[in-house]
Design a protein around this ligand. Sequence first.
Ligand SMILES: Cc1cc2nc3c(=O)[nH]c(=O)nc-3n(C[C@H](O)[C@H](O)[C@H](O)COP(=O)(O)OP(=O)(O)OC[C@H]3O[C@@H](n4cnc5c(N)ncnc54)[C@H](O)[C@@H]3O)c2cc1C
Length: 325
Amino acid sequence: MEDAVIAGAGPIGLACAVSAKRRGLDALLLDGGVLVNSITRYPIGMTFFTTPERMEIGGHPLVCAGQKPTREEGLKYYRGVARVEGVRFRAHTRLVAAERRNGALECLLAGRTGEERIVTRRLVLATGYFDHPNLLGVPGEDLPHVSHYFDEPHGGYGLDVVVVGGRNSAVEAALELFRAGARVTLVYRGKALPPSIKYWVKPDIENRIKAGEIAARFGATVERIDERAVTIRAGRRSEELPADRVYALTGYHPDFELFRRLGIALEPDTLRARLDPETLETNVSGIHMAGSISSGRAISEIFIENGRFDGEKIFSSQLPSSTAQ
Ligand SMILES: Cc1cc2nc3c(=O)[nH]c(=O)nc-3n(C[C@H](O)[C@H](O)[C@H](O)COP(=O)(O)OP(=O)(O)OC[C@H]3O[C@@H](n4cnc5c(N)ncnc54)[C@H](O)[C@@H]3O)c2cc1C
């Protein structure tokens, strides 16, 4: 019987494991990928928008060379926290299902060597959203030159690249690709760039578009993707854009299917789970939610800065009476 299992070893899952430790609970932290797997998928060389002290967990100082940490400094920091806290961590182990049995929670896990069942008093879901891109749902989206993750710009040199999306990740990818020598077209369904674009990025993209250095198609949706082209539609007008590489950066969503399998009630419009505000417990006794998954579809509401104390709420609460010993 585990005291607590934390599914998802992002910054918030890791912070939850530290909160559990501070209360004498040796929680098992597991991740379908590696430690802070989502950060490993950030673009190489990326800098966080958050200042270091707002990314710190467990009171450990995050020291970085510049004003804000890079992806590499973030990875090093969270690795260091896991090591000095002695967090019990298992990589490549995915939570598939969980159900209440005999007053405890039985979890089904899938790892590299097959499936396994473990029993726990408390389960914390901190599985983020980064594994589930919002698909365009068009033919050709699964072609090998199409990606829902922007990795690095160098590979775009000398190529026609179409970036789909108009939010920060799409705009930043378009700018980096342009500066690495790609011929970039940004395709966005909105009539103009949204106000949520970071204030220091907005003038840069607007000026590149004005100067004709980055092509942009607003009010346009993708109809299909072929080996060398993306077909878009804006009103009645259809256009074929040359594309050696396509980045569909149209956001992500939590694993709502997993929540449904666990019996977690979601609000119909927002797909937000109904959580006890004090303990972040779901309607399923003993199952809590932490971090970015807690805000349903509105994934930009909770991030590292404001999710990192969720473990404190969860582990300072009493165990449900059915599982307490
Ligand atoms: C490019 C980029 C830059 C960003 N910059 C910042 C920033 O500067 N400041 C900031 O505060 N936020 C930033 N964010 C947002 C931030 O990354 C997320 O808010 C943060 O990672 C959320 O943490 P989390 O622990 O809730 O989820 P995640 O970090 O997404 O972690 C979830 C983990 O769960 C694992 N997982 C998923 N499903 C399962 C399963 N079934 N079983 C087991 N494990 C599973 C995943 O592999 C992952 O490691 C940025 C995001 C991106 C994409």
